[in-house]
Ligand binder design. Sequence first.
Ligand SMILES: NC(=O)c1ccc[n+]([C@@H]2O[C@H](COP(=O)([O-])OP(=O)(O)OC[C@H]3O[C@@H](n4cnc5c(N)ncnc54)[C@H](O)[C@@H]3O)[C@@H](O)[C@H]2O)c1
Length: 381
Amino acid sequence: MISNPIRIGIAGLGRAFSLMVPAFTLDPRVEIVAGADPRPEARSKFEADFGAKAFDSMEKLVEAADVDLVYIAAPHQFHAAIACAAAAAGKHVLVEKPMALSLEECDAMIAAARNGGVRLIVGHSHSFDAPVLRARQLIEGGEPGRVRMVSALNYTDFLYRPRRPEELDTARGGGVVFNQAAHQVDIVRLLAGSRVTHVRALTGSWDPARPTEGAYSCQLAFDGGAFATLVYSGYARFDSDEFAGWIGEMGAKKDPAAYGLARTALKGDELSLKTARNYGGAAFKPPAKQDAHQHFGEVIVSCERADLRPLPHGVMVYGDREQRLEPLPAPRVPRSEVIDEICETLIDGRPPRHGGEWARGTLEVCLAILRSARERRELAL
Ligand SMILES: NC(=O)c1ccc[n+]([C@@H]2O[C@H](COP(=O)([O-])OP(=O)(O)OC[C@H]3O[C@@H](n4cnc5c(N)ncnc54)[C@H](O)[C@@H]3O)[C@@H](O)[C@H]2O)c1
């Protein structure tokens, strides 16, 4: 029996956690009961904000008797160890993307969840976004016919946000393939609805001061003949949110006049800048109010009888003679789709859409993007 509300312990009180706070606090199906982080300022703020205990070690958090599910929002390199410890302690796991750094780590996490008799969900990723799920539902309803092609494109300032050193080192999980393809590949796989069979990719690492991938372009082939093109640039010049009416990734209005701000703001000691802006830091700002759904660049799904385009306010359906918007109500609680999946899995007993095997598949594609680019060849998965 799972408690109601579901009691969540947070492992890692940084940026990812701050993006999930609205879902954890506004959705009555869950409550925050504990946290853990090595940064004392994050622990103090957490205890003040939530009246819940913040531990200085992950071990104490995963052992805490009142925690049902551990949400792992620590840097990637800690995901596998914390997930395995949580599962061994009988705690369900929600772990941030990317699931881990290697397929071996993913296998260990999947095995630990199975042996511990607990559920493993990987997210948030933008394939949880309501417009993407609605597009998938339309496809499953049969109206547009089978998926033939997916085009996904995103231009952001990802590489110029203040970073930890490992975020700029591919060998340690840095760069846009580990961090951003984890979203884009997840979306494209979910919409295509079949297994990726082949990957051909090229990556760009164009700024010697930030020596990791800042861009990629890749083609995926799917079982059954569908194919996809994914393009990403994090070089902070063109911003593809222009195509979404200047609604940003988090569903809030964006000011196009703030052009160039990411580069300008990136001066001085980068780690101090990141820490100051992070949860508990002097310059921390909670996420802006979200009026529309979250999104991850442009996505167009070409099916037999229609093209579908998930947007912040719904899904555009382009048929042979007519186009229409399948509207979605504005989100009441940002990222409540994650809580929906937790409840469907832990309460209703349904297998998660974003379980361990699923997310392992996304990491497998991301690793293949890196390898295909390195070896300049197509890879069969
Ligand atoms: N889904 C999303 O939208 C989203 C957004 C941002 C980050 N993420 C993911 O979340 C994870 C964390 O990224 P972030 O940007 O929040 O990083 P961050 O640096 O902002 O936060 C990480 C937090 O973990 C803490 N930490 C460090 N070592 C730890 C350890 N051993 N155990 C526990 N906590 C530890 C840090 O002190 C920090 O507070 C990454 O895997 C990242 O890919 C997801």
